[in-house]
Design a protein around this ligand. Structure first.
Ligand code: ZN
Length: 177
């Protein structure tokens, strides 16, 4: 893909590239099924946590905070999955016109791919909530440092600190050529 190669040449930090990628993906989905909310993948209905001075990292309150975020996110995702399944059942009409049928198939396969992503995300959310229960949440799995509240609020399922994550992404890119 020559176009993709060109965009990777612009030296942005991996962090911004990633968010941009997610944003465009959501936008693309929104465009195709305009009346429906692309929801689910996004989660932003929470109050940012304000730690008190000297508060211990990942104390009970902080763990509860992230558990709430994860639970709400999960229930949004599950609703979204249900909605699509119902939508597809309702719409799965046999269009006599092959062009209509092709459009519908395209739309369905796009939706299925989105659902697949959401199911994977739900699994990831579940395993993240297990980490919270085991009091193992919020620490980088690669180097052990605190991942940090801000980063976890942006990415509640993060298992690595920003440095390790960035490094991993650079390595991944190099391996892909
Ligand atoms: Zn790390």
């Amino acid at each position: 893909m020559p176009r993709a190669a060109k965009t990777t040449k612009t030296t942005k930090t991996t962090k911004t590239t990633k968010t941009a990628k997610v944003a465009t993906a959501t936008k693309a989905v929104k465009k195709v099924k305009a009346p429906k909310n692309a929801g689910g993948i996004e989660f932003n209905n929470f109050e940012p946590y304000k730690p008190k001075r000297g508060e211990k990292y990942m104390n009970e309150q902080q763990r509860a905070h992230f558990k709430t975020i994860l639970l709400n996110w999960k229930s949004d995702l599950m609703q979204e999955v249900d909605r699509t399944v119902n939508h597809m059942k309702d719409e799965a009409a046999n269009f006599p016109d092959p062009a209509d049928r092709a459009t519908q198939e395209e739309e369905f396969s796009l939706e299925l791919r989105t659902r697949d992503r959401e199911r994977k995300l739900i699994k990831k959310i579940d395993s993240t909530m297990e980490l919270i229960d085991m009091d193992d949440y919020g620490y980088c799995e690669a180097c052990g440092v605190d991942i940090g509240i801000k980063r976890l609020e942006a990415r509640p399922t993060a298992t690595q600190c920003i440095d390790c994550k960035t490094l991993a992404e650079i390595k991944e890119k190099q391996e892909m050529g």
